[in-house]
Ligand binder design. Structure first.
Ligand SMILES: Cc1cc2nc3c(=O)[nH]c(=O)nc-3n(C[C@H](O)[C@H](O)[C@H](O)COP(=O)(O)OP(=O)(O)OC[C@H]3O[C@@H](n4cnc5c(N)ncnc54)[C@H](O)[C@@H]3O)c2cc1C
Length: 420
């Protein structure tokens, strides 16, 4: 074990952030046989939990135990020290300590920044009103659920995954919902135009009004100091008694910046998730890492990325080298539609959309004839086959797919048999 890795001074590994990635790292370290001490510092109260259900089932049911990643006993049994709620406020890279808000000084041999991201708040006056909500934490979801207790007229600012997942829940619950998206289509940062269009039609069929191409420019505050309307950039007024702000996130990089670490839309790491400081790694939503295909820095906001990165760090810290070459994948549940994305479609120059029976749809995304990503709606088998194909070192081409009439499962099976 190298000095950067282990228990040189007996301080072990300190993880800042008790979200998906922080939890996964602590669990993987024990699975990989790490025997030093593990301390997790997290500013949210309670046990680590999953965020995806916050905009789906948890919004309806509100059972915290159902979304906790592990029960209390797991941390005791695995000797993982959980310091929650506690906020890390400063790093001393020379002294290898983390200072906390309550005045603690925690020494580390290796530090992992798993600080996640926070919601972006656009510079629009009125967004501080009591009936303006956002959705990042379980307490945000609790507030939102309480707010949905009576029939509401809701404006969702932002037509990305979280805004749309929420819109599907709210519309199905009988609320009057309008989604406002400044871009020309829904989820534009992450999906093809064909998928955006399918989801626009899907949400409209649920009764949601979708407004594209004009952003929120102002919030009207009523006599009781609550928001009573949203004014759009084109002058349209949308009356409402509830607003959900879902306008994207910003990585939590302040600790890294103050400690002099490189930051470029995320804490910069190499393919092993190590920062320029050999005693500090970073992972998850707060991290900018080299895209294994293109080499440029990317930041992914997904459970899979945070979890894969945690596994890589755990292997490195237990002297089992491994680097970031997993195929990215993502899912979003909106009503009874499950969107799954295998690969990254960024830079695609051609899309081929295929519709199957009922609500089964696929979009193949190519760059110069090579498959970059496959987006599917309600096709879990095809999604798994796409991940298998994209994992291959040899590219999958449009010609190969055409030969197989876009049967992903068949092609994956044939190639597997060929290569053994
Ligand atoms: C509502 C919602 C729905 C989602 N749905 C999906 C989905 O369907 N599929 C999917 O793949 N992904 C989804 N995501 C994204 C996914 O949850 C995140 O990508 C994932 O949680 C990232 O893990 P992380 O550990 O990097 O960050 P997080 O899980 O955000 O954890 C970071 C933690 O660090 C804490 N922290 C920050 N700074 C400090 C500090 N200085 N001191 C102490 N603690 C600190 C934060 O408060 C937070 O608890 C969703 C996210 C949200 C909010």
């Amino acid at each position: 074990m190298t000095p950067e890795n282990g228990n040189r001074n007996g301080n072990g590994i300190v993880i800042i952030g008790t979200g998906q990635g922080g939890f996964q790292l602590a669990a993987c370290l024990r699975q990989e046989g790490y025997q030093g001490s593990i301390t997790m510092i997290g500013d949210e109260p309670g046990l680590p939990y999953q965020r995806p259900p916050l905009s789906k089932a948890y919004l309806k049911e509100g059972r915290l135990e159902a979304i906790q990643l592990r029960p209390d006993s797991f941390y005791e049994r695995n000797a993982i020290r959980l310091m929650t709620p506690e906020r890390a406020i400063r790093l001393d890279r020379q002294g290898k300590t983390v200072e906390t808000l309550t005045g603690g000084l925690i020494g580390y041999d290796h530090l992992v920044l798993a600080t996640g991201a926070r919601n972006t708040i656009p510079p629009i006056a009125g967004l501080g009103a009591a009936n303006v909500f956002s959705l990042r934490t379980s307490s945000d979801a609790d507030r939102l659920r309480d707010g949905l207790g009576v029939k509401r007229q809701i404006v969702v600012i932002g037509g990305g995954f979280i805004g749309l997942e929420f819109a599907a829940v709210a519309a199905s619950g009988g609320h009057d919902v309008t989604v406002v998206e400044a871009g020309s289509r829904l989820m534009a940062r992450a999906v093809s135009p064909a998928i955006s269009e399918h989801f626009r039609a899907f949400h409209e069929a649920l009764g949601t009004r979708i407004v594209l191409g004009t952003g929120a420019a102002g919030v009207t505050i009523g006599s009781e100091a609550t928001a009573v309307g949203v004014t759009l950039a084109d002058g349209t007024d949308l009356p409402c008694d509830m607003i959900l702000l879902a306008a994207g996130v910003r990585p939590n990089v302040e600790l890294a910046v103050a400690a002099g670490l490189a930051v470029n839309n995320g804490i910069v790491v190499d393919s092993t998730l190590l920062t320029e400081d050999p005693c500090i790694s970073a992972l998850g939503d707060c991290t900018a890492f080299p895209d294994p295909v293109r080499g440029d820095l990317i930041r992914l906001e997904s459970v899979q990325a945070a979890s894969d990165q945690a596994r890589i760090i755990a292997k490195r810290l237990t002297d089992k080298p491994s680097s970031h070459d997993a195929v990215p994948w993502f899912w979003s549940d909106q009503g009874d539609w499950k969107l799954q994305i295998a690969g990254l479609g960024t830079g695609a120059d051609e899309d081929i959309a295929i519709e199957q029976a009922a609500a089964r749809k696929l979009v193949f995304r190519f760059k110069m004839g090579q498959l970059l990503a496959v987006e599917t709606i309600n096709c879990p088998g095809e999604h798994m086959a796409a991940r298998q194909l994209l994992r291959r070192s040899q590219p999958v081409t449009r010609a190969m797919l055409e030969e197989w009439q876009f049967d992903l499962g068949g092609l994956a099976k044939a190639l597997k048999e060929l290569t053994g």
